[in-house]
Ligand binder design. Structure first.
Ligand code: PLP
Length: 450
């Protein structure tokens, strides 16, 4: 049987988009124009665009037309990770984005365009940001238990730049940085760039082994401890109050700084919940804690807005390090971010994200039931320990051949012993696509013969 005629048009467009002949952002003919051009019914033209949209190749915007979509996901960030087959799901990188955020951005840009002093956005911002913008972030942080003056807040191009600026301010090449044996890969990149000596601290699903950290600090001159106490990436733990007190106590006893990464902290239950999240480390030891976070996971990864809260004696060095690098957050991004902080958009998105992450965890726990999983009930990450006969690189290659991107444990490992595991990022696929993708993942892993 011959495929229906509209399929040929879908394929023609899909090929042109995938090959780049029709680049991202190209406006496609209106449904009516396509129907006329190809001599097909209007309903058929609509179906062509619906199929292209379902394949993630175009995006239709009411009243504006249909556009070739900007490809997002890991292959968009690291072109070398391009898949050999059409992508089924990107489980390698968390890029949560709620429906309607594009419209939210349009509205915010319109409001900015209509606001009094648009020219101000074209002038150089002070490194670290204007005081009123730093104050907006300080107000937001108070709800998270981080009590800071605006002078101690530096605005950056994402949490990664905040970490970079803090490390540059606190450390010198050769210094020892204690870090969880499984941790956020960006800290490894930074430690390499700054010439730091990474000292891994053994981990359990409930948190770092604090006895081991204490021993490490007794035997080596640890300059700083990088830690993710609330919704750890990749393991999802939330440290309890006693663990936080102990961690702060160890840092105080041995005179080391704490670098607290709160990037995913918003995913833990907010204060009125049954089990409120314990206060951040910053509240235990404000004079030796640099608190770092941003709006990548609660608002949008492409916004590139973050901040560092730095104790007074390090503010000058941190500001200088920002000046030496990218100067901090650009004015336009800062205006968008602080606008959304002030009008409650960020708080609403965070509520949505917690519910979304919980739904994704439930789907994953159901679909992958019986596998060795570590994660938090409202986290976007899941750590999947493999069977002894499954190797991470081989499993990831098989999954890539099935259209699924995952991260392997070596990316997170800071020590000599890397457990055989995959890190699944659950946030990026559309919610209805998650269960089918995880079912395919499970089937692919099951196909690996012992
Ligand atoms: C724990 C952690 N810290 C920092 C970052 C970097 O965030 P940003 O995109 O704001 O630079 C990430 C990104 O995935 C992360 O997982």
């Amino acid at each position: 049987m011959r495929p229906p005629a509209y399929k040929a048009i879908v394929d023609e467009y899909a090929t042109a988009i995938r090959s780049g002949t029709l680049p991202a952002g190209t406006r496609l003919p209106t449904h009516r124009a396509l129907a006329r051009e190809r001599r097909i019914a209007l309903a058929t033209a609509t179906r062509v665009y619906a199929e292209l949209a379902a394949a993630g190749l175009v995006v239709g915007e009411q009243g504006r037309g249909t556009f070739v979509k900007v490809r997002s996901g890991y292959d968009g960030i690291e072109p070398s990770r391009d898949l050999p087959v059409p992508r089924v799901a990107d489980l390698s990188f968390n890029q949560p984005l709620a429906p309607g955020q594009g419209d939210q951005l349009r509205q915010a840009l319109r409001a900015l365009a209509a606001s009094g002093d648009a020219e101000a956005l074209l002038r150089q911002q002070p490194p670290g940001g204007h005081r009123h913008d730093r104050a907006a972030v300080a107000r937001y942080l108070l709800d998270r238990g981080v009590d800071t003056a605006p002078e101690n807040v530096l605005l950056t191009g994402g949490a990664q730049q905040a970490l970079d600026c803090v490390l540059r301010a606190l450390t010198r090449p050769g210094d020892v940085l204690a870090v969880d044996a499984l941790s956020y890969p960006g800290i490894k990149l930074l430690a390499g760039a700054h010439g730091l000596d990474l000292a891994p601290v053994p981990v359990t699903p409930a948190g770092p082994d604090l006895d081991a950290l204490d021993r490490l600090c007794r035997t080596r001159p640890v300059r700083a401890v990088y830690t993710i106490p609330t919704v750890h990436n990749p393991l999802g733990w939330v440290l309890d109050r006693a663990q936080r007190e102990r961690l702060a106590g160890i840092a105080t006893e041995h005179g080391c700084m704490l670098i607290e990464d709160g990037t995913y902290a918003f995913l833990a239950a907010p204060a009125p919940a049954a089990a409120p999240v314990p206060a951040p480390l910053h509240a235990h030891a404000p004079e030796r804690t640099c608190y770092v976070a941003g709006l990548s996971k609660n608002v949008a990864t492409g916004l590139r807005f973050g901040f560092a809260v730095v104790p007074g004696r390090h503010v000058r060095a941190a500001t200088t390090s920002l000046r030496a690098a990218a100067w901090g957050s650009p004015g336009l991004v800062t205006a968008l971010a602080t606008g959304w902080l002030a009008d409650g958009t960020v708080a609403r998105l965070e509520d949505q994200r917690r519910a979304d992450a919980a739904a994704r965890q439930r789907i994953a726990r159901t679909t992958l039931a019986g596998l060795d999983l570590t994660g938090h009930p409202t986290s976007y990450t899941l750590w999947l320990t493999l069977e002894p006969h499954q190797r991470p690189a081989h499993a990831a290659a098989l999954l890539a051949a099935a259209g699924i991107l995952v991260s392997t444990s070596d990316a997170f490992s800071t020590g000599p012993h890397t457990p055989a595991a995959l890190r699944l990022a659950l946030a990026t696929p559309p919610l209805p696509a998650l269960a089918p993708a995880l079912t395919l993942l499970r089937r692919t892993l099951d196909s690996i013969a012992p």
